[in-house]
Design a protein around this ligand. Structure first.
Ligand SMILES: Nc1ncnc2c1ncn2[C@@H]1O[C@H](COP(=O)(O)OP(=O)(O)O)[C@@H](O)[C@H]1O
Ligand SMILES: [Mg+2]
Length: 242
């Protein structure tokens, strides 16, 4: 059996005295997409922040492709191959599109020896011609959708083995969300393992193989995506939708 891309076992996370995540465990299979769902405030971003070492946490075990990663710095985790598309995009508005991409450029420690494309500026521009057209513009002048594409491409430029996306559809028009979805499906097809945090359950269930639903900092449900499709009671109880 292939080694999981990510294993989280018994994660507890804290902001000062505030204990926000309680015994959160899940794993992301190699090449699989995990949808991480939950209401506003459920702990999704805290979970992402804990994986990348931004939030104080402890875990029984945390592994990236079999290698223990608990306690590593965000820089070390990026180097080991975790790419992040943060909530709110956080592109550098006063740098150009090209500068946003090139500051991130790096080949992760493992390189791309597994047949996936190595992302370079040229490759990104081929895959996203709109970013090429806008390469000399300040990133802050892009539309919301273009900024989201830039944020995704900036993460790809680090050549991640595991990509974490925190609410990539937030604040985007439905048509643009469909574009983002197509990009994510392409990345999934390329074999990249992905954690997709979403409030947009329809988007997440379209793309994800597996889902974890957080509720008040605890795992309330986890399983293959089929376990939540058409499960109106569960969705209403945990996500407030039906
Ligand atoms: N920097 C912070 N300091 C203190 N509490 C925080 C901080 N960030 C988030 N929280 C709290 O942690 C809980 C989980 O938040 P968060 O992980 O942002 O949820 P989600 O991403 O699911 O909306 C919430 O109760 C929130 O108020
Ligand atoms: Mg969040």
């Amino acid at each position: 059996m292939a080694t999981d891309a990510l294993v989280l076992d018994g994660l507890d996370s804290f902001y000062g005295d505030s204990h926000v995540l309680h015994d959160v465990s899940f794993s992301v299979g190699a090449g699989r997409v995990l949808g991480l769902l939950g209401r506003n405030g459920a702990g999704k971003s805290t979970c992402i922040g804990s994986i990348i070492g931004f939030v104080r946490s402890r875990a029984r075990d945390m592994r990236l492709f079999g290698e223990p990663i608990a306690g590593l710095s965000p820089e070390a985790l990026s180097y080991k191959g975790i790419g992040l598309v943060p909530q709110g995009r956080r592109i550098f508005p006063t740098l150009t599109v090209r500068e946003n991409l090139t500051v991130a450029a790096r080949t992760s420690a493992q390189g791309q020896g597994d047949g996936r494309p190595g992302w370079t500026l040229r490759h990104v521009y081929e895959a996203f011609p709109r970013l090429k057209e806008r390469e000399k513009q300040f990133a802050g002048s892009l539309s919301g959708g273009e900024q989201q594409m830039l944020a995704i491409c900036r993460a790809l430029m680090t050549n991640p083995r595991l990509l974490l996306l925190d609410e990539p559809s937030e604040g985007l028009a439905p048509q643009i969300i469909q574009e983002v979805a197509r990009v994510l499906v392409d990345l999934k097809r390329s074999g990249l393992a992905i954690v997709l945090v979403e409030q947009n359950t329809a988007l997440a269930t379209d793309i994800a193989d597996d889902v974890v639903i957080l509720n008040s900092g605890r795992v309330a449900h986890s399983g293959p995506v089929s376990t939540i499709r058409s499960n109106e009671q569960l969705l209403e109880k945990l996500l407030g939708i039906y």
